[in-house]
Design a protein around this ligand. Structure first.
Ligand code: AMP
Ligand code: MN
Ligand code: MN
Length: 321
């Protein structure tokens, strides 16, 4: 907790009534949970809030109260922007629209470039929702069951059910406090983490069929053809990366996802002791030491060749250190 930052945020909020709240493109549970959680809390405090996710919201988060308030485009009147779970302003997909409006940047990515007027960046937090849950009262905002449920969804999804290495006793204490609003935690697990469409599981199958391994590195690709074959309509990996990173003896896993508009999305996961965030950042992306991503404007084969070569260097360097 940072008292100086909290006072600045509280003061900035008191100066404005019209707020644009934005999360990152292709939003995950932390982005959506934080957006709804903070958005509802600001509304309760009497603010006019526009909650924006340029890519909308996946159906597995539509159990959250208030999800219908999420818009894909910005409104006209806003005096303050709060960007959530975004390591750089481009991640909002609204860089031009935001222009030079003041920004409060709330995030937990180590690769955050501090693009805001106020930057509450805590890379020790397991989720942006954890930062929000911890600090809402210090920003003069109150919690209720809907807000707590959205924030707990953010924490549970970003930690894959409290099992990533950045989970601390603070994470669990905050989760317990959120639960005490009367939340059914198993409902959150089922909706946000466990339930999968049959298409998503077939899509996993397509990726698993092509699994490659060199030493402690595994990777696979998901092509537009795989999407067509299986009927999966997302632009993501349907969290297949979590299966890859659970393979025993594997230190780094990578998935290459061909994108409908051209280009390839790359997702990395690493075991403790390995850092994939810096490499992702060198390629214009970002993330955490253990989970990072980047977008490439090249063909699949070329991206695979470059990324595998550079990722192997991390494994080799770590071996010698
Ligand atoms: P993903 O592999 O998409 O699940 O992302 C893993 C982590 O890296 C998340 O914390 C993302 O926010 C971050 N990330 C993914 N893609 C990008 C990107 N293009 N730029 C910055 N951060 C990213
Ligand atoms: Mn996120
Ligand atoms: Mn996050």
């Amino acid at each position: 907790m940072d008292d100086r930052l909290n006072n600045r945020i509280r003061q900035e909020l008191s100066l404005t009534d019209d707020i644009l709240l934005v999360c990152h493109m292709r939003p995950d549970g932390d982005a959506i949970g934080s957006l709804i959680g903070l958005g509802l809390a600001l509304e309760t405090a009497g603010k006019t809030v526009r909650m924006v996710s340029v890519d909308g919201i996946a159906s597995n988060f539509k159990f959250l109260a208030g999800y219908k308030k999420i818009k894909q485009t910005i409104g006209e009147n806003f005096n303050l922007v709060i960007a959530i779970d975004c390591s750089d302003i481009q991640r909002t997909g609204l860089e031009k629209e935001i222009g030079d409006k003041p920004i409060i940047n709330i995030d937990h990515h180590i690769t955050n470039d501090h693009y805001g007027l106020i930057n509450y960046v805590d890379s020790k937090a397991a989720a942006t929702a954890e930062i929000i849950a911890e600090n809402l009262p210090h920003w003069g905002l109150a919690l209720d069951i809907d807000i707590a449920s959205a924030l707990l969804t953010g924490i549970i999804t970003d930690t894959i059910g409290f099992r990533t290495s950045n989970v601390t006793s603070r994470t669990l204490h905050l989760a317990a406090d959120l639960m005490s609003f009367g939340i059914d935690i198993s409902e959150i697990y089922m909706h946000a983490l466990i339930n999968r469409s049959i298409e998503a599981v077939r899509y996993w199958g397509a990726g698993l069929n092509k699994l490659h391994q060199i030493d402690s590195l595994v990777w696979t690709s998901l092509t537009l053809e795989d999407q067509k074959k299986t009927g999966y309509s997302g632009k993501d990996d349907a969290d297949l990366i979590n299966i890859l990173s659970s393979i025993e003896g594997i230190n780094i896993s990578i998935i290459f996802i061909e994108q409908p508009g051209g280009g390839v999305k790359v997702s990395w996961r690493a075991q403790p002791g390995y850092d994939v965030s810096q490499l992702a950042m060198e390629f214009g992306g970002g993330g955490h030491p253990a989970a990072a991503g980047a977008m490439f404007d090249k063909q699949l084969e070329e991206v695979q060749e470059i990324v595998i070569r550079e990722t192997r260097k991390i494994l080799i360097n770590n071996k010698h250190s």
